[in-house]
Design a protein around this ligand. Structure first.
Ligand code: NAD
Length: 293
């Protein structure tokens, strides 16, 4: 059985680990935070049980959970066939991690980052074998979102790139090849342009967040609106990605408004804490911010 090490057990790392375990891989999920590990274990357990009840999984939850182990260090990189990093969107943190992972992992093991914005080449420069470094940009919530951007860094080998496209298919996801690693890659650049405008319109008092979401659903057939997407992703993660995009010289894709930063100050981090652009009931129902529920 091939082994996958996922580093970072937050919203994305937990989802990636779950999908890999569901697909028959032996998965190690690593995080420096004990709390993150505990939350990830609970979330994965809950999710596979629900999916199994709905008939969406072929293996019973106990078999899937047997393929998942959690840890606080990077030791299992030693035997990993695939490594996927999903820690906070901070370039220095990712670079340090790649430096460390490369020393532990077998030479042939691809090391992927789930970064939303940072060009792969910038992360790969700290490694001795940049040909095995690439981007695997999953979308959240990972168990439900079928797209993965497979991103080629300047030095990623064609062999690793194509092997990774095939790997993504084994997870039941649809890969999209991104041939050059510009900041934000493809989908985040397109979404960021729309979200920047949406946020500016709301910050200027022209429209409410709920009405933008209604408009994009009914007017443009978006499945969910931009503010629902932001709440699902986490506004703290959104703010880190915006900072990163600015630092990479992509100001035109980032709103000038400080609305998200001020919401974060008020603890409105999105769905995970029950409040963001919307409020969420304990059973996960979304209600407009101004409604008491
Ligand atoms: N949230 C989204 O919708 C989304 C979508 C695509 C990509 N991403 C990207 O995925 C990555 C993770 O995002 P997230 O939303 O899961 O964030 P998150 O805040 O939910 O999780 C990040 C995790 O990284 C852990 N971490 C920090 N330093 C670490 C270290 N040195 N070793 C191991 N773990 C460490 C933290 O404890 C935390 O559990 C980011 O790069 C983000 O840009 C996020």
């Amino acid at each position: 059985m091939e082994q996958v090490l996922v580093v970072g057990a937050g919203f994305m790392g937990a989802g990636i680990a779950q999908v890999c375990a569901q697909s028959g891989y032996q998965v190690h999920l690593s995080d420096v935070s004990k709390e993150a590990i505990e939350n990830a274990q609970k979330a994965i357990e809950w999710s596979v049980k629900k999916l199994f009840q709905k008939g969406s999984l072929k293996d019973p939850p106990a078999d899937i959970l047997k393929r998942l182990s959690c840890e606080a260090d990077l030791k299992s990189a030693e035997s990993a066939d695939w490594i996927i990093e999903a820690v906070l969107e901070k370039e220095d943190l990712k670079r340090n991690l790649f430096r460390e992972l490369e020393q532990i992992a077998p030479k042939k093991t691809p090391i992927a980052t789930n970064t939303s914005s940072i060009p792969i080449t910038r992360i790969a420069t700290v490694t001795k074998n940049p040909e095995r470094v690439l981007g695997l940009h999953f979308f959240g919530p990972v168990p439900f979102m079928n797209l993965v951007e497979v991103v080629k860094g300047e030095k990623t080998s064609v062999n690793i790139f194509e092997k990774s496209v095939a790997f993504i298919r084994t997870l039941g996801k649809t890969p999209v090849r991104v041939h050059r690693d510009i900041p934000g890659f493809v989908m985040n650049r397109i979404f960021s342009a729309a979200f920047r405008e949406a946020l500016d319109l709301v910050a200027d008092g022209i429209v409410s967040a709920e009405d933008v979401d209604i408009g994009m659903r009914l007017g443009y057939n978006w499945h969910i609106g931009p503010f629902e997407i932001a709440d699902n992703a986490g506004l703290d993660t959104f703010a880190l990605v915006s900072r990163s995009m600015k630092a990479l010289g992509e100001e035109m894709l980032v709103s000038k408004s400080d609305l998200v930063e001020s919401m974060i100050q008020e603890g409105r981090l999105g769905r995970k804490v029950g409040k963001g652009f919307y409020r969420y009931t304990p059973d996960g129902k979304r209600i407009p911010w101004d409604e008491k529920g």
